[in-house]
Design a binder for this molecule. Sequence first.
Ligand code: 1GP
Length: 241
Amino acid sequence: MFIKPLVQEKGILHFTLIDPDKQTPQKAAEVAARAEACGSDGIMIGGSTAGYDDTNKTTEAIKQNCTLPTILFPSNAEGISEQADYIFWMMLMNSQDRRFLVGEQMKAAPYVKKLGIKTIPMGYIVVSTSARPTTVESVGDVDRILPEDMDKVVAYALTAQYYGMECIYLEAGSGADLPIPPKMVNVTKNILEIPVIVGGGIRDPEAARKTVLAGADVVVTGTISEKDLGMFEKIVLAVKG
Ligand code: 1GP
């Protein structure tokens, strides 16, 4: 167990997502150091196109510059690194493609065992909040969940919990038009006994605060730290405040 004890110790958490394909390892290390300095609680490393080399180099650079826990957030079996502390062991619950349910996982599992990376079992649920499908929606071939589909999101979330997942992640997709609606966060949180991670499309402190007030245990931001580090710091403060 990793997420629940960390929430019990530190309260609501903020995780910083770094995509190894969107910046150099050096820049990623700088962002990680800023994240630690302003109070973020963990560094997630992953992206839809990141392969082993980029993931490994970026994780190594981050570890040299930052003492926060590093958690791999892979989109496929290539996105691993022996430098990382943890890996989100994800099932894209609403995928219609076997690859994202068990296929990529069974490719990666022997390496995860060999490299000794600690797993955090997580039910990943992608919600369609954007006018056009986000990358994760398209690549993941999702059974669409619309922002008003409360019963559907709850059914997927409970399925994840009953599988024994340590947490669930409500994902609007990187750069989504809108974050996960607070009502959906609230409904999901109220029915589950496991922590709820929320990310995608959170670009300002107000959206971050609404997500926290709705019941998120962990708020994830990614794109904003590539674009505006000042705004990123304000978001971390809004989550932690
Ligand atoms: C994507 O939820 C994360 O997996 C972060 O999304 O890049 O929109 O912050 P953003």
